[in-house]
Design a protein around this ligand. Structure first.
Ligand SMILES: *Cc1c(COP(=O)(O)O)cnc(C)c1O
Length: 465
């Protein structure tokens, strides 16, 4: 084994092989574990020394403590009966990419600091763009999370509003941003960070299917303009976090064009479904957006973290963020993109590698097959709920997430969620739908079978009262 100063490569090889064997076994047998960890608060910490060791320890000891101390405190997201929040998958191609990414340890801030990292990211984002049926003028790049992607998109929207916010700072109290009452909290957070304030983030009421009510948006815009306020952007959601409703993006795009507002589409979860020809329509109208976010780390088998931000006006995004100190200037000029110019982070992980690996390992057909099986399983679950006299569906099921309640009311529904999760064979979560407490089951893990969904439904139906 060749050696490297400061490290023992044969030790690494030995423990890394052990870790890969462990990973295979974990992935094969994770379904036999409880989904939820049963540890008490502070329990994991109590097994760990309060300070770092002064002498280095062998990798073997680290790995042993990972198994002994850390694992019991893990909620198994990569479990086929993880149905909470948005179920996701760390797939083997993505896991492999993560090992290689850490080995190279490149920083993709400038094209020069790793040409392949920038160009692979560009190509992977383009592949995904095509797979979702979005037009070629959508420039894509990868951020850590949709929360960052949406923040950057709305910073670009503020830049486009021509306020000199960048040089003069901003008194955003007159700015208004519109999104539905069902939008993700990251939209409101972006309002906080951008100086617009929570008050300036107008929550447009939704219709009976939890979709932004276009007539209400129009009314609020007129009302705010009459008050001399300054509307600048609308965020539409394709697949809201609570019920996965789909806002009428095309009608919202009409308004945004007429009123000269930036349109950002949050398709963090729902965008993955557009890979299915049968579901392409969920992004209808999104081709007219100024920006759109989609998270491969949600429903596209990519390990945390990977959020793709598409922007049709990359120059505006760049003018919102680009700030190049002397020590980062390069001679390539305009022929390359330096991805540090499109957000707040300077340092950037080589996330493009895992998206590229995942898209190749699955192929678009393979990805579509899995996503469509998730949609089909959700439809089955929906039909069981509809057929059961004790339960009631609370929202339509356009993707792979089902929201329903016990007819007896909130207390009973809540007790069911708590009892099911106490058992930990399956993990489900809850939400509020029109002020009713709802059971929320989201199907999105690669290994989930219809039997897993059936078991979840059985646990719900038979939960002790
Ligand atoms: C999950 C989700 C987000 C936030 O995603 P992060 O990547 O965790 O920031 C934003 N919007 C929607 C619609 C989501 O479902």
């Amino acid at each position: 084994m060749p050696e490297r100063p400061g490290e023992n490569l044969s030790e690494f090889a030995q423990v890394a092989h052990q870790a890969v064997d462990w990973a295979c076994q974990y992935l094969a047998q994770v379904r036999d574990r409880p989904v939820l960890s049963a540890v008490a608060p502070g329990e994991i910490r109590s097994h760990l020394p309060a300070s770092a060791p002064s002498a280095g320890e062998p990798l073997e000891a680290l790995f042993a403590d990972f198994e002994r101390i850390v694992l019991p405190g893990i909620t198994n997201w990569n479990h086929p009966r993880f149905f909470a929040y948005f179920a996701n998958t760390g797939s083997t191609s993505g896991i492999l990419a993560e090992l290689l990414i850490a080995t190279l340890n490149v920083n993709a801030m400038l094209w020069r600091t790793s040409p392949a990292a920038t160009e692979v990211e560009e190509v992977a984002c383009n592949w995904l763009r095509q797979a979702m049926g979005l037009p070629s003028d959508f420039f894509g790049l990868i951020n850590d999370t949709a929360s960052s992607s949406t923040l950057y998109a709305l910073a670009a929207a503020r830049e486009a509003a021509g306020l000199s916010a960048r040089s003069q700072g901003v008194d955003g109290r007159r700015l208004r941003l519109y999104t539905s009452a069902e939008a993700h909290s990251s939209v409101e957070k972006a309002g906080i960070v951008l100086g617009i304030g929570q008050h300036g983030v107008r929550k447009v009421p939704v219709d009976e299917k939890m979709r932004l009510e276009v007539s209400e948006l129009k009314r609020m815009l007129a009302e705010d303009r009459a008050l001399g306020l300054q509307p600048f952007a609308v965020v539409a959601t394709v697949g809201t976090t609570s019920t996965t409703s789909i806002d009428p993006v095309a009608a919202i795009a009409d308004i945004c064009e007429r009123e000269e507002l930036w349109l950002h589409v949050d398709a963090a979860y729902g965008g993955a479904a557009a890979v299915l020809p049968s579901h392409r329509h969920v992004l209808a109208g999104a081709d007219r957006a100024d920006s759109l976010v989609m998270n491969p780390h949600k429903w596209l088998f990519t390990p945390m973290d990977c959020s793709v931000l598409y922007c049709r006006r990359p120059d505006v995004l760049k003018s919102a963020f680009s700030l190049v100190p002397d020590y980062l200037t390069t001679s390539e000029g305009d022929e390359v993109r330096n991805l540090m110019d499109y957000g707040t982070s300077l340092g950037r992980r080589f996330r493009g590698l895992k998206l590229w690996f995942v898209l190749r390992a699955f192929g678009l057909e393979g990805a579509a097959r899995v996503i469509s099986s998730h949609v089909a399983m959700a439809k089955e679950l929906e039909s069981w709920v509809r057929a059961d006299a004790d339960f009631e569906l609370l929202a339509p099921v356009p993707f792979s997430t089902v929201c329903f309640a016990h007819r007896e009311g909130d207390a009973r529904t809540k007790a069911i969620v708590e009892a099911v999760n106490q058992d930990a064979t399956v993990f489900i979560s809850h939400t509020r739908v029109r002020d009713r407490y709802a059971i929320r089951i989201s199907i999105g893990n690669l290994a989930t079978s219809l039997d897993d969904v059936r078991l979840a439904w059985q646990k719900v139906r038979t939960a002790p009262n």
